[in-house]
Design a protein around this ligand. Structure first.
Ligand code: NDP
Ligand code: MG
Length: 382
């Protein structure tokens, strides 16, 4: 029987690699979605005989339709388009690789429709983790992590008893500014921040990796995905990104997953689980690396990381608030409106000014996400 997959965020770094992985494994693509890159989206639809294309920006729909004339691709738009894809009975597994909080609603709708989700969109789990995991349990659907660290943990859990887990060890590359002080980071340029030592990724996550916000988001993501207490998550800096993360068990045995830094491995594991098949990536040669190093993170310089850990400890809307504040701060930095070091200050400040708020519904997430964004724009844009 033909297997189908639909990919939200197909024109991005994870999306394009996911198409390759699906093709290589003989999985057909039913629908693709992007925000505004209609030219690449059209090309992807034609190359992969896709049935449905969603362009989020409605005003670009006609341009996309023009490129797809006679190709049998139905063009839809906006959030309703994303939701149509994730609830369509033909769309197969959903791979969500959009960037940002905007991915939350389609994730919830996919789960409600009983679809398994391969999830790269980490902001979804940070802002609405409790809602997503609760719904997934109720609907008995699987969330397969695409993020490399979470895929590693998921892999290290196979064949072991969850009840015998002592803690997880989340590895961090440390980003391009490992070892620097806050003072030394005051004049960091956009180009320097976008230059990651080990991974080639979209702009937002690359900045998140430079501020270590990415590791903070992953801390929260791990908490929800694997039902952990914050005390059960240890972060260590491992510059080479060879050990993608590890799990320590009751007997003090530590099981880790290793590989060359290549997102095709976790993408493939998420969409092929539980199968392990040949992957288009470099095999790991440990002797080529020679040395693997480990350090503690610098929580003082990388304020975003501490803010995320504090946010998940406080609970309620705090993770959603730090995520919203960070999304705005990263946008402002990439627009040249604030300094690199302002990102951490803004995230920290936003965490401090809000009172505890409960999250019970999707609307609560939207409200506190927006409040955090409004606060950032009101307080920090000169
Ligand atoms: P990119 O910026 O490269 O791509 C983002 C994708 O999302 C693009 O296809 C973009 O479309 C699309 N998109 C954005 N908003 C919408 C929307 N409203 N509707 C439909 N599509 C939308 O990001 P990455 O691929 O790097 O990252 C995607 C997610 O995966 C992020 O959450 C990131 O944190 C996570 N992740 C990424 C990793 C990586 O290696 N890149 C590793 C682990 C996690 P368009 O091109 O038209 O703008
Ligand atoms: Mg990661």
């Amino acid at each position: 029987m033909t297997r189908y997959i639909s990919i939200l965020g197909s024109t991005g770094s994870i999306g394009t690699q996911s198409i390759e992985v699906a093709r290589k494994n003989g999985i057909k693509i039913y629908a693709l979605a992007a925000h505004s890159n209609y030219e690449l989206l059209a090309k992807q639809c034609i190359e992969n005989n896709v049935f449905v294309a969603c362009i989020y920006k409605e005003e670009l729909a006609d341009k996309l339709r023009e490129l797809l004339v006679g190709k049998g691709v139905r063009v839809i738009t906006g959030m309703s388009g994303l939701c149509e894809i994730v609830t369509d009975k033909n769309s197969g597994m959903i791979l969500n690789s959009v960037v940002g909080m905007v991915g939350l609603y389609p994730t919830l709708r996919a789960i409600s429709a009983g679809k398994d989700v391969a999830l790269a969109n980490k902001e979804t789990l940070v802002a609405g983790g409790e809602l997503v995991m609760k719904l997934a349990r109720e609907m008995n659907v699987n969330i397969y992590p695409v993020d490399s660290e979470h895929s590693a943990i998921f892999q290290c859990l196979q064949g072991n008893k969850r009840s015998q887990l002592k803690k997880i060890i989340l590895t961090a590359s440390g980003g391009p500014f490992f070892g620097k002080t806050e003072n030394e980071l005051e004049d960091v340029t956009i180009e320097q921040a976008l230059n990651h030592p080990n991974w080639s990724m979209g702009n937002k996550i690359t900045i998140d990796s430079a501020t270590l916000m990415n590791k903070g988001l992953e801390f929260i993501e791990a908490k929800w995905l694997f039902d952990l207490n914050p005390e059960e998550i240890e972060i260590i800096v491992h510059r080479q990104s060879v050990i993608h993360s590890a799990v320590e068990y009751a007997d003090n045995s530590v099981i880790a997953q290793l590989g060359c830094p290549d997102m095709k491995i976790p993408i493939q594991y998420a969409i092929m689980y539980p199968e392990r098949v040949e992957c288009d990536c470099k095999p790991l040669s440990l002797t080529e690396y020679g040395t693997l190093t480990f350090d503690n993170p610098d929580y003082k310089t990388f304020r975003c990381l501490s803010a995320c850990i504090e946010a998940i400890k406080r609970g309620g809307a705090y993770p959603c608030i730090v995520n919203g504040a960070n999304e705005e701060a990263v946008r402002l930095f990439l627009d040249g409106k604030i300094k690199f070091t302002d990102i951490g200050r803004i995230v920290e400040k936003t965490l401090d000014v809000f009172e505890y708020q409960e999250i019970k519904t999707y609307d609560d997430v939207v409200k506190w996400d927006q409040e955090a964004r409004d606060f950032v724009n009101k307080s920090f844009v000169r």
